[in-house]
Design a protein around this ligand. Structure first.
Ligand SMILES: Nc1ncnc2c1ncn2[C@@H]1O[C@H](COP(=O)(O)OP(=O)(O)OP(=O)(O)O)[C@@H](O)[C@H]1O
Length: 261
């Protein structure tokens, strides 16, 4: 099976602080992986690195075989177009309707201009596709609502529809349910994983809930203080082992005496 995301000994530093300390893993196409780890262990830095937003001190990241470091600006745009994002804070444009926000998902892929995304010049086909994406996440009846008129769970559904509109191959979901209550969070997670499975996408998704990670993921990667501590298929995971990710030296900026306490 081909690789969707490959990290080879990735190191990233901010000044003297080494945040990613030799991170390596390979996610095959079609696999859904949950990334676990305590606050400050480097998860967000890794997620940003996968988008080419961090300069690697050393190592290499490949997305479907393409190395981010070697990519020209045109190549980087092409690689990014095949990556869909779902964020904790939804990142919808507040002035636009749900429908217009979903049209935004097609902007990079089809070189649509802003007017198209506002729905003013979008083709009938694009408009129909955006509505189909909203239907897929159960939000067609709220197409004309602005984000402020929607609950957090509904906003995240719209964000998932926007990701779907982009037609990505790889999904990066950074704490997609951290802003939601448990019921809405579970509904969003059900939807996100269902869509990822139905579309045959690959996903790396950070979560803080160990029970949900074990329920949804094919595989868990656990980080501790900038390193991969656990990397195992869900069937091979010892739940007690996961707890060790949250004990002792977990942060990359921890002082030894803090962790001894
Ligand atoms: N832009 C930056 N400049 C300097 N230091 C940074 C920067 N971003 C992150 N750090 C440092 O790297 C550490 C790891 O941050 P990161 O956000 O990657 O952790 P995380 O595992 O995602 O944490 P959380 O779960 O709280 O989001 C932080 O504690 C901080 O000290």
């Amino acid at each position: 099976m081909s690789s969707a995301i490959t990290c080879e000994d990735v190191r990233v530093s901010y000044g003297d602080l080494q945040v990613l300390r030799g991170v390596s893993f390979d996610i095959p196409a079609g696999q859904g992986v949950v990334l676990l780890g305590a606050n400050g262990c480097g998860k967000s830095t890794l997620m940003r690195s996968l988008n080419g937003l961090e300069k690697l001190q050393s190592g290499r990241i490949r997305i479907h075989g393409d190395s981010l470091a070697d990519a020209s600006r045109v190549d980087l745009r092409r690689i990014r177009r095949c990556m869909g994002y779902v964020f904790q804070q939804f990142n919808l444009v507040p002035q636009l309707s749900a429908f217009q926000n979903v049209l935004l998902g097609a902007m990079g892929r089809h070189r649509l201009g802003l007017l198209s995304c506002l729905g003013l010049t979008a083709s009938t086909e694009e408009r129909a596709r955006a509505m189909a994406c909203l239907e897929r996440v159960g939000m067609a009846d709220r197409a004309q609502h602005r984000p402020s008129q929607l609950s957090g769970g509904q906003q995240q559904r719209v964000a998932i529809a926007r990701m779907l509109m982009q037609a990505p191959k790889v999904v990066i979901a950074d704490e997609p349910i951290a802003s939601l209550d448990p019921k809405a969070g579970r509904e969003v997670l059900d939807l996100l994983w269902r869509i990822v499975r139905e579309e045959g996408l690959s996903m790396l998704c950070t979560l803080h809930q160990l029970d949900l990670a074990r329920e949804y993921a094919d595989r868990i990667i656990g980080m501790k203080a900038g390193r991969v501590e656990i990397d195992a298929a869900i069937a091979d995971i010892d739940p007690l082992h996961l707890n060790t990710l949250y004990v002792g030296m977990t942060r990359v900026d921890a002082q030894p005496q803090e962790d001894a306490a």
